[in-house]
Structure formats: structure tokens, C-alpha cells
Write a protein that binds this ligand. Structure first.
Ligand SMILES: [Zn+2]
Length: 576
């Protein structure tokens, strides 16, 4: 209706005024590097790009992963037509099982992503979803896909997992280039160099908006190639030919696995894959032809004791020091089948200190050291790690070739977004009004050839508990935090058969708050105060919920004043 009235009202209406508006909704993955999900909306069609998880820091007690907030998708489920995936990292695909719980739309992804997700869905908690998933292969060699007013295709980019893609979204307002994680690698492992001719061609045809990775924007120069690590790994296998030798890497880094496998094969050592994600991804990558290793060269974890350790090379999960990972258990001497030898070498081939996990990595390295092993990592070993994210020169090369009118940095942090904005402005002379720092929930609208942030939807963190399936309510999380840092203060109030509180017989139980044996004075004072509070509120004849809340609040204030701590106060009545 709106389009009709515009056309009627103005005879000079230009053609682009009549084109349908396009919205980009930054659901998540702009302010933080992880749990990526971007929505594109036009007319009655909504498509999502990526569906990842975040790994919470240590404050989120008992939380396994954080997933994007699907509320907007649920409210617009009739519009939702498809999910597209850029590459197979957990922060881009990890929330797919949760997406499948709620939505029944096709998922367009590369072959490796399909393999990784299908393996994940074999887990008993997700098994019922395996029948529901509808994958369509979306790769540089597959034809353009039409979804409502959108036309989508993709091209190859370099990253730290094979088959990473940039997605081209043709919309009524113009072409949008969605380039999540990427870099320019002139000599990559297992793949070709990024196909910049696509970006150049699109740039010449006209790009409305470039959404670009911005994580490496503050690093000067061009990216280092993954290839430099090949020699380092070979040298380490040669150097430690008489030791137990373990390499830890991210399970998605198939290129790194190939380097380790080739070095082990050259040295005549067999391979042992330890940890579920490593074993699963090895299986998928081998079936797709990325890894070449005969079964006779693989030793199962239960058989390692039958071999001389210098005849084996291990690839073990837990490069980020995750609690409960294979490497974490091994470092504490708690792995069921593998035991560390006194002079073991453990090589960390992933970034050992990414924000948020550096403490965990340090803890595992300390345990390894205590067990007599030696950890080798990029701080002390040259050419052991290169980032999968483009440095400033890589990002500027893509931006320059795209000749886009608008720019949106994604997959970074607030600080990296600002740095990207400033550099695009300074180096390319783009007006700052054309570079959007989208906060999570921001809605950007393209209309009449111009982009503007027009709305903001509420998005919250969705926490998934230690079982990897069940949602944890934020109230539960808040209580856990209070219990962990302040302890608990339970007041047991006996009541007589005629429901009268026996105020003089109140008992107090505490845990994690004070050491009761050394706090007799505080305990006596507390009991007297509790008696006073109970008498005060009982006289008001309030309902039980109101009574309990007020008494708990008063006691919490009293304890805070006395001790500067605020334990979780719980009132419990006992009929005697
Ligand atoms: Zn990635």
C-alpha cells in the first residue's frame, strides 16, 4: 500500500524510490567476536546468515555456551525462509541444533559444515533433530539461490578452516557483500588463495554495502600464511624424535591437522586422535578428501599403552584449556587411557592467549609443567601460530576493491569496529556517516538508495547449561553468582501446630559466608535481630510471599551492614 501511494503522489518518483526496502538486523556478533547471526529482511522474506555460539567467561557459572536470542525470528517465523552459513567455526555454526529446535527452514552450507553439523547431531541429546535438518549445498561451484526478493551466491575466502566463503546477497536496493571471518593467504593449506577477482568484479558493477571482518584491523601489514607453520611442525617432530609428542589444535583447523599428520608420516610415527571433536572432524575431513591417512597409521586411544611412545604423535582436543577437555584431563592425570610421560612435549598450535580463555590455557600449561611435561607455544616458538583473520592491509584491500557505498564492521569488538571505521574513513575517504557501528539488536534500513539505523530490537543472552541442551534462566545464574561469592544464610523458623512462629527458637545455617565457630557474637546478634524483624512483620498480617520477601530483604541489609557481605538469605519454616 505504501509503495502504491508514493507512486501515485509524485509523478517524478525515481525508479529506486519504488524498490522494496531492505533491513539488516545485527542480531548478535557485532559487539563480541562470537555467536554470529545477521538477519536480512525484505518484503515478506527473512533470511539469517550464520548461527554461532559464544563460550562464556568464568563468571557464568555452569554455563556451557551462549546462543543468539531467536525471539525476533520466532515473532516473524512466517517470513523466515532460510539460514546461510559462511564457514564451519563454532561461533558461526554451534547454535544450529538450537535453531533446528525452533525452525523448519533449509540450511545452505558448504560440504564440510554439513559434515561437522551432521556429526554433532549424532549426539544423543540432538539425535531427534538429525531427521529435521534440511541441508542444501551452498558453495562457490553451486548456482545462485533465489529466496524471495534475494539472490545469493558465494565465493572462496581464506580463514583457518577450509571452505570459508564470502556471501553475495543481491537485493532490490543493491548488492550486499557479507564477508565474515577472512584473510588473504597467498600460500594456504588445502585450498586456493581468496578469490579477489569476485570482489573486484562486484566493485565494478556496484556494491551497496560491505559487511566485513574487523578483528585484525589494528595489526599492521599483510597476514602471514598458514604455510610458515609447516616447517615448524616438521622441525619439532624431528627434534623430539625420542619423546612422547602431543599437538593440540582447534578441531576445525583441518589444515593444521594435515600439517601434523604429514610431519608424523614423514617421521614414520603413527597418529592418535584424542577428544571427541578432533576425532569427529578428522573423520569428516578425511571423508571429503581433505586428509589422507590410512587406517593402519591410526592408533586408537585404548591401544596407546601397547606402543613405544616415540612411535606415536598425538593430536589432542583442548587447545583453549577448556575444563573437562581431553588435554585438561590429561594434564591432571585423569585421562582414562593416555598417561603423560615425564619428558613429554605438548605443542599448542592455536592462539594460546585469546581474550577470555587465556586463564584456562595458563592453568592447563601449569598442570602440564607440574606433571613434568614441557609446553611449547607461540610466545616461545617462532612461526607456530598465525591468525585466521585479516590484518589491516588485507581488510583495506577488500574494502578498496569492493568500492562499496556503505560499510559495516562485524565479528570484532566495539573497539575494533571503531578502529575499522576510522581507517576506512582515513584511507578510503568514505564519509563516516556511511560506516555503521551496529550494536546487537540494531536495525539498519536501506531505502531509496540510502542507509540509516531506524530501530533497535531487544536481544538478550541465552545461556545453555552444562548438559549442553537446557536453557539456564538469568535468575538462576544470578543466584549462582551470589552463592559462589557471598555464600548462603538460611533462617529456619519453627512454627507450632496452630501456625504460630516460635521466634525464640529460630535456627541459622550458613555456608560460604562466615566461619560460625569464630563468629559467635555475630550469630547471637543476628538471631536477636531476626526475632525483632519477625515480630515487626508478623504484626502487619501480610500474605506469606510478601512477608518472606520483606524479612529476607531486612536480614540481607542487616548482614551487609555488619559484614559488608550479602549472602543469599533463605527463610524456611518448619512445623513441629
Ligand atoms: Zn571463523
Amino acid at each position: 500500500m505504501e509503495l502504491f501511494s508514493i507512486a501515485q503522489g509524485n509523478e517524478n518518483t525515481k525508479e529506486h524510490d519504488l524498490k522494496s526496502k531492505v533491513k539488516i538486523i545485527a542480531l548478535s556478533g557485532t559487539e563480541s567476536v562470537t555467536k554470529n547471526m545477521t538477519l536480512y529482511e525484505c518484503e515478506d522474506t527473512l533470511i539469517a546468515v550464520d548461527c554461532g555460539v559464544d563460550f562464556p567467561d568464568n563468571d557464568a557459572l555452569g554455563v556451557n555456551v551462549v546462543i543468539p536470542d531467536f525471539t525476533y525470528l520466532q515473532e516473524n517465523v512466517h517470513k523466515l525462509k532460510a539460514l546461510f552459513i559462511t564457514h564451519g567455526h563454532e561461533d558461526h555454526i554451534g547454535a544450529i541444533p538450537f535453531f533446528l529446535e525452533d525452525f523448519d527452514v533449509p540450511i545452505y552450507a558448504g560440504r564440510l559444515v554439513q559434515g561437522i553439523v551432521n556429526e554433532k547431531l549424532k549426539d544423543k541429546s540432538f539425535k531427534r533433530l538429525a531427521e529435521k535438518v534440511k541441508f542444501h549445498t551452498f558453495a562457490p561451484d553451486t548456482p545462485e539461490v533465489t529466496v524471495g526478493p534475494f539472490k545469493l551466491s558465494c565465493f572462496h575466502v581464506n580463514h583457518s578452516v577450509p571452505e570459508a566463503t564470502g556471501i553475495i546477497i543481491k537485493t532490490p536496493q543493491g548488492t550486499i557483500l557479507h564477508m565474515a571471518d577472512y584473510k588473504i593467504d597467498k600460500s594456504p593449506i588445502l585450498e586456493q588463495t581468496i578469490d579477489l577477482s569476485f570482489v573486484e568484479k562486484l566493485g565494478k558493477e556496484g556494491v551497496l554495502c560491505l559487511l566485513s571482518d574487523c578483528l585484525g584491523v589494528t595489526k599492521e601489514g599483510s597476514s602471514k600464511s598458514e604455510q610458515i607453520i609447516t616447517q615448524t611442525i616438521n622441525d619439532l617432530v624431528q627434534k623430539y624424535d625420542d619423546r612422547q609428542l602431543l599437538f593440540t589444535t582447534l578441531s576445525s583447523n583441518i589444515g593444521r591437522m594435515k600439517q601434523i599428520i604429514d610431519a608424523a608420516k614423514n617421521a614414520g610415527r603413527r597418529l592418535v586422535f584424542i577428544g571427541r571433536s578432533i576425532s569427529q572432524n578428522f573423520k569428516v575431513a578425511r571423508s571429503l578428501g581433505y586428509l589422507d591417512l590410512d587406517d593402519s597409521f591410526i592408533v586408537g586411544e585404548k591401544e596407546v599403552a601397547d606402543y613405544d611412545q616415540k612411535d606415536l604423535v598425538y593430536i589432542i582436543a583442548g587447545a583453549y584449556g577448556t575444563q573437562g577437555s581431553a588435554l585438561d584431563r590429561l594434564s591432571r592425570g585423569e585421562h582414562d587411557y593416555v598417561k603423560l610421560e615425564k619428558d613429554s612435549i605438548v605443542v599448542f598450535t592455536a592462539d594460546p592467549s585469546p581474550p577470555g580463555v587465556d586463564v584456562d590455557v595458563e592453568r592447563v600449561m601449569a598442570n602440564l609443567t607440574l606433571a613434568g611435561a614441557e609446553a611449547i607455544y607461540s610466545d616461545i616458538q617462532e612461526d607456530l601460530y598465525v591468525s585466521g583473520h585479516g590484518t589491516r592491509e588485507d581488510l583495506m584491500t577488500v574494502a578498496r576493491l569492493s568500492k562499496a557505498k556503505y560499510y559495516i564492521p562485524i565479528g570484532g569488538t566495539l573497539v575494533k569496529m571503531r578502529a575499522y571505521k576510522n581507517i576506512i574513513h582515513e584511507e578510503l575517504g568514505i564519509n563516516k556517516d556511511n560506516i555503521f557501528e551496529l550494536h546487537e539488536g540494531d536495525v539498519l534500513k536501506f531505502d531509496k538508495n540510502a542507509g540509516k539505523i531506524v530501530d533497535h530490537i531487544d536481544v538478550k543472552e541465552i545461556y545453555i547449561g552444562a548438559d549442553g541442551v537446557t536453557e539456564v534462566n538469568p535468575v538462576v545464574l544470578r543466584d549462582r553468582g551470589q552463592l559462589a561469592t557471598e555464600g548462603v544464610f538460611v533462617v529456619v523458623i519453627p512454627s507450632s501446630s496452630d501456625n504460630r512462629f516460635m521466634v525464640d527458637k529460630v535456627e541459622v545455617i550458613t555456608r560460604g559466608f562466615i566461619y560460625v565457630k569464630e563468629s559467635a557474637e555475630l550469630m547471637n546478634k543476628s538471631k536477636k535481630y531476626i526475632a525483632k524483624v519477625l515480630n515487626k512483620h508478623m504484626s502487619k498480617k501480610e500474605d506469606w510471599q510478601t512477608f518472606r520477601r520483606k524479612v529476607e530483604n531486612d536480614i540481607a541489609s542487616f548482614l551487609r551492614k555488619e559484614t559488608r557481605h550479602t549472602p543469599l538469605v533463605i527463610i524456611h519454616t518448619l512445623n513441629i
